[in-house]
Ligand binder design. Structure first.
Ligand SMILES: CC(C)(COP(=O)(O)OP(=O)(O)OC[C@H]1O[C@@H](n2cnc3c(N)ncnc32)[C@H](O)[C@@H]1OP(=O)(O)O)[C@@H](O)C(=O)NCCC(=O)NCCS
Length: 189
């Protein structure tokens, strides 16, 4: 069964949210037809963000495998749109190893024009909401020490610092950075 056939949350989407500045946002799962809008969002990301990307999402083949993983149910991505424009996304990456199949990694990106409006927190909240549907009981978030806003967003959602791995990240310029791992244990439903 693919994500989109998962009835438990297909009834949730599309769902609307209102940002702090009054902007209406529509949340819905990523589908292949959203590709162009998703690519437009990625093009708008500041170079500083691209420096810390875990995967080079500016590369078309990476987007191809992202969409394939969504189709296969290994990744769930929720998009945030203002009108036809995609202004942010959050993904849940489900661990394929048997012993950590209850662990999901969250990744978020918000368009620079929409940061500081509560959108990052709302997107992370969507992932926290749907995660149990995938059997996820622990969420982890990985970021470099430089990604201060991400730390604030995850901490407010209840994520706690697990560890800092020194020199664990090689950024796009080839420089080593420290990796900060945060995690949240979801309440039993
Ligand atoms: C992380 C990210 C998703 C947050 O999105 P956002 O829409 O700005 O988040 P929110 O508006 O919900 O919350 C941000 C909060 O952090 C605060 N903040 C930002 N930088 C901060 C800093 N250096 N120290 C303290 N607080 C900070 C903001 O003031 C805001 O707080 P407020 O709600 O009290 O105003 C966005 O910055 C982004 O896309 N960053 C690049 C990618 C990334 O880091 N992803 C996360 C790793 S997976």
């Amino acid at each position: 069964m693919t994500n989109l056939e998962n009835l438990e949350f297909s009834s949730r989407y599309p769902t609307e949210g209102v940002m702090r500045d009054g902007t209406s946002i529509l949340f819905k799962p990523l589908e292949p037809e959203d590709r162009e809008q998703l690519e437009n969002l990625i093009e708008a990301l500041p170079s500083e963000d691209l420096l810390y990307l875990r995967q080079d999402i500016t590369n078309e083949s990476v987007i191809d495998s992202w969409l394939t993983s969504v189709e296969g149910g290994q990744v769930f991505t929720v998009l945030a749109s203002v009108g036809a424009r995609v202004v942010g996304y959050a993904s849940l990456h489900i661990d394929s190893a048997i012993w950590s199949r209850h662990v999901g990694e969250i990744r978020i990106n918000v368009h620079p024009d929409y940061r500081g409006t509560g959108l990052g927190a709302a997107l992370a909240g969507e992932i926290r909401f749907v995660a149990p549907t995938f059997g996820i009981r622990k969420l982890i978030a990985n970021m470099t020490l430089e990604q201060h806003t991400a730390m604030v967003v995850f901490e407010r959602l209840g994520f706690q610092l697990q560890t800092i791995l020194r020199g664990w990240v090689t950024d796009m310029n080839g420089e080593e950075r420290d990796l900060l791992v945060m995690a949240l244990t979801l309440p039993k439903s």
